[in-house]
Design a protein around this ligand. Structure first.
Ligand SMILES: Cc1cc2nc3c(=O)[nH]c(=O)nc-3n(C[C@H](O)[C@H](O)[C@H](O)COP(=O)(O)OP(=O)(O)OC[C@H]3O[C@@H](n4cnc5c(N)ncnc54)[C@H](O)[C@@H]3O)c2cc1C
Length: 220
């Protein structure tokens, strides 16, 4: 079975249901063309058929909550230390350059820079204030809609950050209910505490669980 990730639509407002529907139809038509191309042109695909597609179009960015803190890209690039940091992320991204430009160059033969350049690793943190709604009491957000600017979003929308903010928001929600305290007043140290490494042994194997990363070590 081949898994093919290649369709793309530009200039869509992901907050407009009509535009999203139009993009969905456009993508379906791209899939149909791609299927025909594979069957006709690519060796080994002559008897192939489409098994499934994603159920919905994926949109990189739409709305964000306006939080107690609005994370800026400069703070990410400066690796600013936030006393209420709840997640530390490290990633490879081109600094000062958008990878997913709407000019259609991405993925084309003109896109060599993006394909061959090795972007340096950069680390940054995400403050808890970006998860707490500024104007509505007791609303927490996690994932790509946290309070970050459009420029900062290209760092914060990544899956590992979504995991981390999800873990933090879930922990904060539970602590808020247990302690009968509003989410904005929670002491951040309390939220961070359950993130520390959890370790347990099973026979000779030691299991570690830390911020969504699972590891094991077998004692000799
Ligand atoms: C094309 C594309 C490529 C990407 N590539 C990468 C990549 O290579 N690496 C990377 O790290 N990141 C990548 N990303 C970014 C990353 O995948 C997303 O930012 C991330 O998955 C967002 O996670 P989330 O939990 O915020 O939202 P989602 O993963 O969208 O989860 C939201 C969930 O809520 C559900 N939902 C919505 N409304 C309701 C409702 N009313 N009731 C109940 N459920 C509801 C949805 O069905 C969905 O399951 C990519 C994104 C796109 C679109």
């Amino acid at each position: 079975m081949a898994l093919i990730n290649t369709t793309r639509v530009y200039d869509i407002d992901g907050t407009d249901p009509w535009e999203v529907s139009r993009a969905q139809m456009d993508l379906m038509s791209q899939i149909s063309k791609l299927e025909t191309f594979l069957i006709k042109e690519v060796p080994g695909f002559s008897n192939s058929f489409l098994v499934d597609t994603a159920s919905l179009i994926g949109v990189r960015e739409t709305r964000h909550i306006l939080g107690k803190y609005l994370l800026q890209e400069k703070e990410i690039l400066d690796a600013k230390f936030f006393p209420d940091a709840i997640y530390h992320n490290t990633t490879h991204l081109p600094i000062g350059k958008e990878m997913h430009t709407p000019d259609g160059i991405e993925g084309s033969e003109l896109d060599l820079a993006n394909r061959i350049e090795k972007w340096p690793r950069h680390s940054h943190s995400v403050p808890f204030g970006s998860l707490v709604a500024r104007d509505v009491k007791n609303i927490l957000v996690a994932g790509r809609c946290i309070s970050s600017t459009h420029e900062a979003d290209r760092w914060t929308r990544h899956i590992p950050v979504c995991y981390g903010t999800g873990q933090a928001a879930g922990t904060a929600a539970a602590l808020s209910v247990l302690g009968n305290i509003s989410v904005g007043e929670l002491p951040v140290d309390k939220i961070k505490k359950p993130f520390f490494v959890r370790k347990f042994a099973f026979g000779k194997t030691i299991f570690y669980w830390h911020r969504g990363i699972f590891a094991l070590r077998v004692a000799r």
